[in-house]
Structures are given as structure tokens and as C-alpha cells.
Design a protein around this ligand. Structure first.
Ligand code: NI
Length: 161
């Protein structure tokens, strides 16, 4: 599975709901998990591997690997926190992003079981970041324009080198 990089139009498109959680989806989820681990990432969303479906996988240190299918953000804390983010689609770029500190999410796992997760810390951060991918939003959209332009230019240059 190849991970698409910043500049790919696909990363800017909205992903479609998954109609049925079948064997294909299980295979997709495990392939995404593998690609994520290979890239030493802690989260990966469908569009990043060119699959325009509402699915992402997450594995943060000290936690179990998690699959989110057709997730919806049920609620977020009013409190906003600053945390350094990176993305497998924008390798080498890390920058502080402000987002809600806590999130409540509803989704289905790869076994077709619906769950609700209320969490904070890094897990909340990764959930919000990955959810954005399903909407065609990247973390650099959530920083100042000046900073974003600087990062984009630097990234484009590093790709050409
Ligand atoms: Ni990302």
C-alpha cells in the first residue's frame, strides 16, 4: 500500500461511507495498519492510501490498535490544547496544532461492532487528525496561512531534491 503525499488531489476529497463491513474491509483495515506501522505512524486514513472510504486506523503507544469505520464526532471539549502533529502524507513536517483536548466519537470496528469512545490526550488528538482526513482536511489547514505557506514551500522543495 502506497501512502499518498501532500499535493495529491485525493487527499482533498471527501470520503464516502462504508456500506457493509465485510471481508474486503477487514483486509483493507489490516493492510492500512501494516502500512501505518511500516511508516512509523500512529494513524492512517483511507484517503491517504487512495481509498475514498470513511475508515481510519490508529495505534498509539500503550494502547491497542483501533479501527474506526464510519466514525462520527459526537462531541468535543471546549478546552483547546496545543500539540505537535505530523502526518504520513507530509513526511518530515511537525508543527503545533490547536484542537479540542477531548473527544467523544462513535464508530464501528472491523468486526462490525458499534462503539462509543470518550477520550483525551494523544488518542483524542489522533482521532481528530484522522477524522479530518475523511473530510479532505490536513493538519496544515489548521495553522496560520504564513506558517502553512512556509511549510508547503519547504515540503515541495524537499520532494524535488
Ligand atoms: Ni495525517
Amino acid at each position: 500500500m502506497d501512502i499518498l503525499l501532500l499535493g495529491s488531489e485525493v487527499l482533498r476529497q471527501k470520503a464516502e461511507p462504508i456500506e457493509e463491513i465485510n471481508e474486503d474491509i477487514v483486509t483493507l483495515a489490516s493492510g492500512m495498519m501494516e502500512a501505518m506501522h511500516e511508516g512509523k505512524g500512529i494513524g492512517l486514513a483511507g484517503p491517504q492510501v487512495g481509498v475514498m472510504k470513511r475508515i481510519f486506523v490508529i495505534h498509539v503507544e500503550g494502547d491497542v490498535p483501533r479501527v474506526f469505520i464510519n466514525p462520527s464526532i459526537v462531541g468535543t471539549s471546549e478546552e483547546q490544547v496545543k500539540y505537535e502533529e505530523g502526518c504520513l502524507s507530509i513526511p518530515g513536517v511537525y508543527t503545533d496544532v490547536i484542537r479540542p483536548g477531548e473527544v467523544k466519537v462513535q464508530a464501528w470496528n472491523e468486526k462490525g461492532k458499534r462503539f462509543i469512545l470518550e477520550t483525551g490526550g494523544i488518542l483524542a488528538r489522533v482521532i481528530l487528525h484522522e477524522y479530518d482526513h475523511l473530510e479532505g482536511v490536513l493538519f496544515i489547514d489548521r495553522i496560520s496561512e504564513v506558517k502553512r505557506n512556509r511549510i508547503s514551500a519547504k515540503f515541495a522543495k524537499s520532494r524535488k531534491a
